[in-house]
Design a protein around this ligand. Structure first.
Ligand code: SAH
Length: 345
């Protein structure tokens, strides 16, 4: 049985026509039920004939991740979901509310192979890539739960999106397609720890999504200590790939930089970053490190402000990212591991 959420628009259309014998114009109706009305049962698709519904049921399932646990922040409404997948694996996704927009943070892998020191996801290792339908399905499941059309997506949940390249791109195709989820590509952000050849390939994808790179340290000596992937792809290679990406797309690249007390938070570190960026068009998100397996600490406000000011004085667009959902450990890299711990208590 195939998960209908694995199909992009043209793939679904040709499957319906060629394999099942359902008329072409029905594709839009089916997509409308699933992606706009969030109806996940063919029987409820009342504008389809009985026969078409039964053909659909014989060929497809509509497999949506199941909510196993849900936590809502009392501080800011941030909502963290633990989802169960068909094979019993679990992943997490988060809904974050800002005054002007709602953002869905979704996962791309069960676990993560990168094992960054500060991140909880990698601690239990890597299990498998998510399918296209599992990636897109997280959004549908959350939308159905909160009954809101979410218009912003960040691929910043569990896993490394660029190590699940094909399914991530397919899911973007589905989320972006006007007849499917219809989320503006500009409102979709892929976050990566930096897989150079994939960053370059992203530059050839003709879509206006945004790229965010988790840099976190301005030198190889420092980055090696917190991100093992840096041994394989050193900082210069990542930056060079970003340059090529920018040449191809003319898009600004966002860099994520977690601030860790006594590790990467000095004025000199900020100046090294500026040097790394050179004449690239960049935006920097500074994130005081969240509670993490390695027990890294956040710098004091004085250090954070000085780091920010150093970047801004050098003409770099930078902000300190506000912490969301701290009471439910919804922040980046704190997913699942914590839920597991809590369940064991
Ligand atoms: N693998 C991708 C996407 C998932 S991680 C990536 O590396 O970008 C999403 C973001 O959360 C990354 O920027 C990651 O470095 C950050 N993150 C992980 N653990 C964190 C922590 N303890 N505090 C702050 N940010 C963290």
């Amino acid at each position: 049985m195939k998960n209908i959420l694995d199909f992009d628009y043209s793939g679904l259309q040709s499957y319906l026509i060629n394999e099942i014998g359902i008329e072409k114009y029905r594709t839009d109706q089916i997509c409308n039920w699933i992606y706009k009305k969030r109806v996940f049962d063919f029987e409820e698709m009342t504008n389809l004939s009985k026969q078409d519904r039964s053909f659909l049921k014989d060929n497809f399932v509509i497999s949506i991740p199941q909510i196993i646990k849900k936590q809502v922040s009392k501080i800011d409404g941030t909502t963290k979901y633990l989802f169960g997948l068909d094979d019993g694996n679990t992943i997490e996704s988060v809904i974050i509310y800002y005054p002007s927009r709602t953002i869905a943070c979704i996962s791309t892998q069960v676990g993560c192979p990168l094992r960054c020191e500060f991140c909880s996801t990698g601690q239990n290792g890597f299990v498998r890539n998510l399918t296209t339908g599992e990636i897109a399905g997280q959004l549908l499941a959350m939308e159905k739960d909160i009954n809101i059309d979410v218009k912003n997506i960040v691929y910043m949940g569990m896993g490394e999106p660029l190590l699940n390249f094909e399914n991530v791109l397919n899911s973007i195709e589905i989320l972006n397609h006007p007849k499917m989820k219809k989320i503006g590509a500009r409102h979709i952000t892929i976050s990566t720890a930096g897989i150079p050849h994939r960053i370059e390939e992203l530059g050839d994808v003709d879509k206006e999504f945004r790229l965010s790179v988790s840099l976190h340290a301005p030198s190889n000596v420092q980055r090696d200590k917190i991100m093992p992937i840096n041994h394989k792809y050193p900082v210069e290679q990542v930056m060079q790939a970003c340059r090529i990406y920018q040449e191809k797309t003319n898009k600004r690249v966002t860099f994520e930089y977690i601030l860790i007390k006594g590790f990467n938070d000095t004025r000199e570190d900020a100046l090294k970053l500026v040097e790394l960026f050179g004449d690239m068009k960049v935006m920097v998100n500074l994130i005081p490190v969240n509670s993490n397996p390695a027990n890294f600490e956040k710098p004091s406000k004085k250090f954070i402000d000085r780091f920010l000011d150093t970047l801004i004085n050098k003409g770099i667009d930078a902000v300190v990212r506000a912490e969301k959902g701290s009471d439910i450990l919804a922040a980046c890299g704190q997913l699942k591991g914590k839920v597991k711990e809590e369940n064991l208590r």
